[in-house]
Design a protein around this ligand. Structure first.
Ligand code: ADP
Length: 607
């Protein structure tokens, strides 16, 4: 948040435009369940008018009782019928209120699910860069935390508003007979609280937005302290108390702000509430005075007192509904801001390129990460033809993984082009493109699913086909240990779910490799450090499978092990985002440059 004038104007515009989301929230609720929304509307109207009817019947009863006391031959039957009638209306009102709360509960569940699905569906359309952008990530977390309950809350409040407005109108009609001034006092007395409420809702929302990075840090700390993958280091490095302290410090900081706002809100609420109490007792005295003066009957007095008291709570309810709606609107605007985040996808429709023989080409490709001022890749050009293999060598941070993200179109180049079969990647149909590429990253997914699903995930079309899992597992060298697992391919992996088995790093890597082998149709295979955690025997076997499988394919391999790198048709050495050397093993050794130096260094290590 900034304090510049521009931001203030923006804020003002936001605040004014904010009720715009009421219609969308209503639409959302309506399309989620028409029958429930309709039920809610009808019940709300009934619940709105019944209280005034109760008050009116109450008047008739008191007047009946007074008449009966004064009469010589009292007609008590009429009074008891009225009591029966009032009881009937009260029961009807209770039924309406139950109905309202049941419809609300059901709608809440349906709507929560719907909004969550909308949020997740949107997440599927986003690009990797979005998730790496902390500001955007905030929007996502905020949307997930609050937005699923807010649309219903907004609609509930709108209906609540209607209900109370109806009640108030019916009270006002009855009260008008006593005095129009009484109606005016009733309404004006509630206004100060309303303005206070509206102000504090806005403040609370701004606080919520502004503290989002803090809450995110808290969630993160929770996951480090209390989740399986963090626990080892937390224990051994004795990080626990330190992290817990950080967690508590954040709470105390947030709590301080919360306390301030809560105290302000309730303090003002009390003071301004005094105004309405004073108004109520003023009116009370007035009504009693009028009764003593015999201007109104005893029955009318009871009715007016009830009307005034209930009218006052209706006014308060209306005003707090309005300020609550304002608050809900702010949160929903957050949801829509996320949902409407433009996704710039320049994905084309091409299913094939003009010249398949050209394979994969990088043409003067540069890439800079958003927010960074150095190029992660700088003017990189290279070509891999079908049947050829490329190995990329370079120190950590030199740009190897970035290169792969560009080739797999997780990122788009800042300048230059990546072409497949002679066609720019942005012109390819994204589905077609994805099907042609099989990839495993260094930080491959370790899904808390069964072994079979973990492998099958490599090709969603065959995710449920055990015979395909088995083939892929043989190529990925995972079959031997899977067959020894108690449940075979049905074994649950990971520790999150019951009976889950944890695997060793090398075993996980074999699962990930098998996953890549699931994509037997893919003709571009990308392996980013695929065998780093494997024993030497498995690694040799994996590469043998790999070579057999990749006869007509293009393969790209990142590895620090020169024993695997040396077999590639083409080797590039990347340094600070630039290609420093290129050639095959023989030519690079003959050049006696950086590659030769690193190769000899590693070879010496093995002697
Ligand atoms: P390598 O795979 O060769 O170890 P990377 O391609 O991952 O290296 O990283 C290249 C450079 O880009 C590094 O300087 C790294 O700090 C930076 N970098 C990597 N990922 C990101 C990212 N998501 N956002 C910003 N900078 C990044």
């Amino acid at each position: 948040m900034t304090d510049s004038p521009g931001a203030d104007v923006g804020l003002l515009r936001r605040s004014l435009g904010v009720f715009a989301y009421s219609r969308r929230a209503l639409e959302l609720v309506w399309t989620t369940s028409r029958s429930l929304t309709l039920a809610l509307a009808v019940l709300t109207v009934l619940a709105g008018v019944l209280p005034a009817a109760i008050a009116y019947v109450g008047k008739l009863i008191v007047d009946g009782v007074v008449a009966a006391i004064n009469a010589t031959d009292p007609d008590t039957r009429g009074v008891f019928l009225l009591i029966l009638f009032e009881a009937g209306i009260v029961i009807a009102l209770a039924a309406c209120q139950r109905g309202i709360s049941a419809s609300q509960s059901l709608l809440r569940a349906l709507l929560g699910q719907r909004v969550n699905v909308m949020i997740l569906e949107k997440a599927l359309t986003l690009q990797l860069t979005h998730f790496e952008d902390s500001e955007f990530y905030d929007k996502l977390t905020q949307a997930r935390r609050e937005a699923s309950s807010r649309p219903l809350s907004l609609v509930n409040r709108t209906f609540g508003l209607a209900q109370n407005a109806l009640s108030l109108t019916s009270y006002a009609i009855l009260l008008f007979a006593f005095s129009p001034w009484a109606v005016l006092i009733l309404i004006i007395a509630g206004l100060p609280s309303f303005f206070a409420e509206a102000k504090f809702s806005g403040d609370r929302f701004r606080l919520f937005r502004w503290r989002s990075p803090d809450t995110r840090m808290q969630m993160y700390l929770e996951s480090v302290i209390a989740r399986e993958d963090g626990v080892k280091e937390v224990k051994l490095f004795q990080l626990g108390p330190r992290l817990l302290k950080r967690y508590q410090d954040i709470f105390h900081k947030l709590f301080k702000e919360d306390r301030k706002l809560t105290l302000q809100r309730d303090g003002w609420g009390f003071v301004l509430g005094l105004i309405s109490t004073t108004a109520f007792y003023g009116a009370y005295a007035w009504i009693v005075f009028a009764t003593i003066n015999r201007e109104i009957t005893l029955g009318a007095m009871t009715m007016y007192l009830v009307l005034f008291r209930q009218g006052q709570s209706a006014v308060t309810a209306i005003l707090s509904a309005v300020s609550g709606m304002y608050e809900d609107n702010l949160y929903i605007s957050n949801l829509y801001e996320y949902l409407e985040q433009p996704v710039i996808s320049r994905s084309g429709a091409a299913q094939q390129g003009p010249d398949p023989g050209r394979g994969l080409e990088l043409d003067h490709v540069s890439f800079t990460y958003p927010g960074s001022d150095t190029k992660a890749l700088d003017d990189v050009s290279l070509q891999i033809r079908p049947g050829e293999s490329l190995a990329v060598v370079g120190e950590n941070g030199s740009g190897k993984t970035t290169l792969i993200k560009l080739i797999t179109r997780l990122y788009e180049p800042s300048s230059g082009h990546v072409l497949l079969d002679g066609l720019d990647l942005s012109e390819w149909n994204i589905e077609t493109l994805r099907q042609r590429v099989g990839v495993i990253f260094q930080d491959f997914g370790r899904y808390q699913f069964t072994v079979g699903e973990n492998i099958g995930a490599g090709d969603v079309r065959h995710m449920d086909k055990p015979e395909r899992w088995a083939d892929a597992a043989v190529s990925g060298m995972a079959a031997p240990f899977i067959n020894e697992l108690p449940g075979g391919y049905e074994t649950q992996l990971g520790r999150w779910f019951k009976d889950g088995r944890e695997l060793s790093g090398g075993q996980w890597q074999k699962i990930a490799l098998s996953r890549a082998f699931m994509r037997s149709d893919a003709d571009i295979l990308v392996l980013d450090e695929p065998t780093a955690s494997m024993d030497a025997g498995s690694e040799a076997a994996v590469f043998e499978h790999f070579r057999q499988m990749s006869k007509n394919k293009m393969t790209i391999l990142i590895s620090h092990r020169f024993s695997t790198v040396r077999a590639a048709d083409q080797i590039v050495v990347i340094h600070n985002g630039k290609i420093r050397e290129r050639g095959n093993h023989q030519s690079l050794m003959a050049d006696d440059g950086h590659y030769a130096h690193l190769f000899k260094l590693q070879a010496r290590g093995y002697q």
